[in-house]
Design a binder for this molecule. Structure first.
Ligand code: GTP
Ligand code: SPV
Ligand code: MN
Length: 614
């Protein structure tokens, strides 16, 4: 395969291209003409290429090679301090009609945005290499594989995409064979180099634009090199654009983990869960059950595509192949499965701290910090410093195949049948540990009203309660009311008997002592087994105005370190708290205007009546 083409005057991009895919060659030619890179490199995704790119990134100072045997074949990256998380304010949905973007998105007129983008991207790759990354989201042998091509001027993005999804020669060959459509995704850090100009380790630009054209299924990202802003297969494609594809084709693209649980009797259950960013998906996806005889295996930790199957069941796949997990809080005591995967190496750590022995460290990796570190900003750090050593949104990027507990169904293009869907948020008050929905519509109401305190995963204030429907607030690529309608419609295409149960969970509620009441992490096993027992008709539940909650006796609590008060605090349904919650939900629903589906409004009305009667 042709690797790199120098863009000398008169270079024939199409003749030098490794593919006969006409639309792809046209796309690459157009973007090269617009962004004027020095070279074009077609990414094959192989070992040799990766070695060369990482060597170059080390030479450029973007990556630091880790020498500690605890992190084999792994690298640390440090971003510009201004480029550390998704930028929701600078993320745009440019549908033809404003109402198709809905109130949860920043809408811009597509024509106006195209003018802005052609200004921003014009010459933006000068002095740099333009990488062409063919990729597929989900297994390559899927019935209808979803291809994309990311063009980027960041080798860090190439190395990260190689971990996060299936890239390179194989998807390209299949794309060509099928003459398949692909999502064109253009990414530039927005830092052209003048001849002879010295590069910086983390080039980026203050004027960030993360742009989606839902009708033409295009992505344009400018100015950021970080995570969801730059790895365009992830949030931009697999959630925002895929949600629009799913709306048109009858499936769902969701911000969910997928977990397989096997009971002591050998019965298997598949559970997906939507929690907002930095609210516990990766931790739950990698749970080590604390109850005898139960085993957990994972299929995914961030994104799930769900389609009605041939027999009326809902089937789920993970379109990704890696973790881009929150590092702080990840350690042997909280998430040993993640640590085991990380220990196998082949990882990129971004905005963690460097240890003196050539490893990385973040808050929570070990109980006691090392005596000296280089913090994520490159400064000396000692435990008496009054700032964290790793950025709160520091991430590990690690291949999912390094997970010991990976379920073999991860590779199955047909996916797995979901038995339960969890919606969860980070709430200090109001929301009990677990509540079962009475039926599917009630469950969609749980999703529609999901709320959480904001985290460091996105730029902006941390700790403010915001509504986050299905944990998809920053990722729904179209009108939020239409999205809820689509959830109702997808269930209509399924067998009502086979619909998964829906449960609202909250690991973060505070008790009367002000501390998080529920031990959480691995002990969430006890919530999962209650959920499964409910699905199998084996567990008691309390009828409350908001849904079905566990009686203390129905939870398997043996061996759990929790006081009676803390347990009561985590399970409590408080009518006064719920009256305040209802007022807030009403304000939230008003924002949907006419697009809120009537069945969800009816749920609110019924909840109001039940709470008033309590
Ligand atoms: P994104 O990758 O941003 O989508 O995040 P995520 O939803 O995968 O969240 P993750 O599992 O990485 O957890 C984020 C933070 O929540 C970490 O600091 C965890 O330590 C904390 N956390 C996760 N599960 C629990 C839990 O059960 N209880 C408590 N108290 N904290 C938890
Ligand atoms: C999230 O914010 O939900 C993430 C991290 O998973 S990012 O890839 O940056 O979107
Ligand atoms: Mn996420």
């Amino acid at each position: 395969m042709v690797a790199t083409v120098a863009m000398t005057p008169g270079a024939d991009i199409v003749a030098e291209s490794p593919t006969t895919h006409t639309a792809l060659n046209e796309f690459v030619s157009q973007i090269a003409e617009l962004t004027t890179p020095d070279r074009i490199h077609w990414v094959d995704g192989g070992e040799a290429e990766n070695r060369r790119l990482t060597d170059e990134l080390v030479a450029a100072g973007t990556l630091t090679r880790l020498t500690s045997p605890e992190f084999p074949n792994s690298y640390a990256a440090f971003s510009d301090p201004s480029d550390v998380a998704r930028v929701e304010e600078s993320t745009f949905i440019c549908s033809e009609r404003e109402e198709d973007a809905g109130f949860t998105n920043n809408w811009r007129d597509p024509e106006e945005m195209r003018r802005t983008l052609s200004g921003l991207f014009s010459g933006s790759m000068a002095g740099r290499t333009m990488y062409v990354i063919p990729f597929v989201m989900g297994p390559l042998d899927a019935a209808d594989p979803k291809f994309g091509v990311e063009i980027t001027d960041s080798a860090y993005v190439v190395a990260s995409m190689r971990i996060m999804t299936r890239i390179g020669a194989r998807p390209l060959a299949r794309m060509e064979e099928l003459d398949a459509e692909f999502v064109p995704a253009v990414h530039s850090v927005g830092a052209p180099l003048a001849p002879g100009e010295q590069d910086v380790p983390w080039p980026c630009h203050d004027d960030k634009h993360i742009v989606h054209f839902p009708e033409t299924r295009e992505i344009w990202s400018f100015g950021s090199g970080y995570g969801g802003n730059a790895l365009l297969g992830k949030k931009c494609f697999a959630l925002r654009i895929a949600s629009v594809m799913g709306r048109d084709e009858g499936w769902l693209a969701e911000h969910m983990l997928i977990l397989k649980l096997t009971s002591p009797q050998g019965r298997t259950h598949y559970i997906s869960g939507a929690f907002p960013s930095a609210c516990g998906k990766t931790n739950l996806a990698l749970i080590d059950p604390t109850l005898e005889g139960w085993t957990a295996e994972t299929l995914g930790d961030d994104i799930t595509w769900i389609r009605p199957g041939d027999d009326g069941e809902l089937r789920a796949i993970n379109p990704e192949t890696g973790y881009f997990g929150v590092a702080p809080g990840t350690g042997w005591s909280t998430n040993a499965n993640a640590m085991r995967a990380i220990a196998k190496g082949n990882s990129i750590f971004t905005n963690c701290a460097l240890t003196d022995d050539g490893g990385v460290w973040w808050e929570g990796l070990t109980e006691e910090p090392p005596a000296h570190l280089i913090d994520w900003k490159g400064e000396d750090w000692t435990p008496d410093a009054d700032r964290p050593a790793a950025h709160p949104n520091a991430r590990f990027c690690t291949p999912i195949e390094q997970t010991d507990m990976l379920a073999e169904e991860f590779h199955a293009p047909e996916g797995v049948t979901l038995d339960a869907i969890l919606f969860g948020g980070r709430r200090k008050t109001t929301i009990p540990l677990v509540t079962e929905a009475r039926d599917w519509t009630h469950g969609i109401f749980f999703g529609a009203t999901l709320s959480s305190e904001t985290t460091a995963a996105a730029a902006g204030e941390v700790g403010r309660v915001r509504r986050d429907p299905m944990a998809m607030l920053p990722f729904i690529g179209y009108d939020a009311g239409d999205y809820l309608k689509h959830w109702i419609e997808v269930s209509g295409a399924a067998d009502p008997e086979k619909l998964p149960g829906i449960f609202l969970v909250n690991w973060f509620r505070r008790g009367r002592d002000g501390k998080i009441a529920w031990p959480g992490f691995a002990e969430n096993t006890r919530v999962l087994t209650w959920i499964i027992a409910r699905l199998e008709g084996r567990a008691e539940a309390r009828e409350t105005p908001i849904g079905l909650t566990p009686t203390p006796e129905s939870l398997e609590l043996e061996g759990l370190d929790i006081s009676d008060e803390a347990l009561e605090d985590s399970l409590r349904v408080d009518p006064a708290e719920w009256r305040a919650e209802l007022d807030d939900i009403e304000v939230w629903f008003d924002r949907f205007g006419d697009s809120m589906p009537q069945p969800i409004l009816d749920e609110l009305q019924q909840l109001r009546e039940r709470v008033d009667a309590a």
